[in-house]
Design a protein around this ligand. Structure first.
Ligand SMILES: N[C@@H](CCC(=O)N[C@@H](CS)C(=O)NCC(=O)O)C(=O)O
Length: 210
């Protein structure tokens, strides 16, 4: 029997949604994108809060009745459920190394490149000077890491790379240039060359600002 499509509740310009869309595509899983119109506040509707995510955020997936929210939690689920051991190591040290980057994706990446882009693309009130400064501190660190290994954790891609990809690739939309980070740019190209890679649409606003 063929696998039923996994429903992905998301928004096309949301990097967190794209993180999940990318993982689904890299795993070759059938999926159905269901638009949650963030600009209309659909993520705060009582039905969404009650049935999909009490935090009122995208992304959320519904895998044949299993409803899961939070992009990194969803990556962990998809890797364990469908990844054949390729995207998340099974040993405690390997898992901890991946988790470290998932924490950074929810921390420094969110407060840096994601926040800087949010200001430009969504008009959010953000201290852009601070967000851009945090972005460069993070990118310098990531560039150093990638001078030592092809991917964030070792020589094979993991969900750490998927969690980091979107907001790094789209950092220029938030006026965060990647020009000084050659290892980061080479790593983006390695991810984009993976079978099943799918990109996120560039924001027209971000392109003008670039
Ligand atoms: N920790 C969450 C963060 C998700 C998040 O911030 N989603 C944004 C879109 S990128 C959202 O739904 N924003 C709507 C809002 O803040 O009301 C995750 O990783 O899924």
């Amino acid at each position: 029997m063929s696998q039923p499509a996994i429903k992905l509740y998301g928004f096309p310009l949301s990097g967190h949604s794209h993180r999940v869309e990318l993982m689904l595509s890299l795993l070759g899983l059938p999926s159905e994108f269901i638009l949650v119109d963030l600009k209309q506040g659909a993520q705060k509707a009582p039905d969404f809060i009650a049935h999909l995510n009490r935090f009122g955020l995208v992304p959320v997936i519904d895998d044949n009745g299993t409803v899961l929210a939070d992009s990194n939690a969803i990556l962990v689920y998809l890797a364990n459920q469908y990844g054949n051991g390729q995207w998340l190591p099974s040993d405690p040290v390997g898992q901890a190394r991946v988790q470290r980057w998932l924490s950074a994706a929810a921390g420094q990446l969110h407060a840096g490149p994601a926040a800087a882009r949010l200001a430009v693309v969504f008009g959010a009130e953000v201290d852009t000077v601070a967000a851009i400064s945090r972005s460069h501190a993070l990118l310098k660190l990531v560039d150093e890491q990638l001078s030592q290994s092809r991917f964030l954790v070792g020589e094979q891609p993991s969900i750490a790379d998927v969690a980091f990809y979107t907001y790094v690739a789209h950092a220029p939309e938030g006026n965060v240039s990647l020009a000084d980070y050659p290892q980061v740019r080479a790593w983006l190209a390695r991810i984009e060359a993976l079978p099943g890679f799918v990109g996120m649409p560039r924001s027209a606003v971000g392109l003008q600002a670039k």
